[in-house]
Design a protein around this ligand. Structure first.
Ligand SMILES: C[S@@+](CC[C@H](N)C(=O)[O-])C[C@H]1O[C@@H](n2cnc3c(N)ncnc32)[C@H](O)[C@@H]1O
Length: 189
């Protein structure tokens, strides 16, 4: 619901809030050229645009019609699919790379998403998750703000994320991008 309302000014908002990392994405996810990329919870396609610019083929999946409509209006050169992340209308082992940028804590059923990511990734495929560490003060403030706008968020401690994904056959680790935001990188065995 929040994203249906936010869609028209989402791109402006992430710039003002200093959480638009789209320009850095090809570097952080390198190599991306020639890769089949799934941008899960990809919203208005800010990251899809820079990744396609760097030579990836991108599929954006998002639950919000309004966010995807913004991506379409901006002519983001990606395949746009409206779907819940726990039930992807996509074949097994069809992606080299899955990106979940600032969307993980919005997903309600983390186990269901992990199952789907492990299913659609090719062996040796990479998963990147950019999210916020709930142990940090700035994230607690963000959680409060999201609660106030009736957007339930479930943040995951990065060490627990590493373990959850390891149990699904994706081995990885994380490092911090800012005081409270981290990037996880894992590889499917
Ligand atoms: C904060 S936005 C992030 C958008 C984009 N990834 C970015 O980095 O700018 C979170 C997105 O996750 C989507 N989302 C939330 N729950 C979802 C779900 N269960 N399945 C698919 N998308 C979902 C929302 O609609 C929203 O577009």
């Amino acid at each position: 619901m929040l994203f249906e309302l936010m869609a028209p000014f989402y791109d402006w908002f992430i710039k003002v809030a200093n959480v638009d990392h789209s320009r850095r994405m090809p570097e952080w996810l390198a190599p991306v050229e020639g890769m089949e990329v799934l941008d899960l919870g990809g919203g208005t396609g800010v990251n899809a645009r820079t990744l396609t610019g760097a030579g990836s083929r991108v599929t954006v999946v998002d639950a919000s019609r309004a966010m995807l409509d913004r991506a379409a209006a901006k002519k983001v050169p990606a395949r746009l699919i409206q779907s819940n992340a726990v039930n992807l209308p996509l074949p097994d082992e069809s992606f080299d790379l899955v990106l979940i940028s600032d969307a993980w804590h919005h997903f309600r059923d983390h186990a269901g998403v992990v199952h789907e990511v492990a299913r659609v990734l090719r062996p040796g495929g990479r998963l990147y998750i950019i999210d916020f560490d709930p142990q940090k003060g700035k994230t607690r403030f963000l959680a409060l703000l999201e609660k106030l706008v009736a957007e339930p968020s479930t943040f995951t401690i990065p060490d627990n994320l590493v373990e959850m994904l390891r149990q699904a056959g994706i081995k990885g680790d994380f490092h911090y991008l800012t005081a409270n935001q981290f990037i996880y990188k894992g590889v499917k065995g």
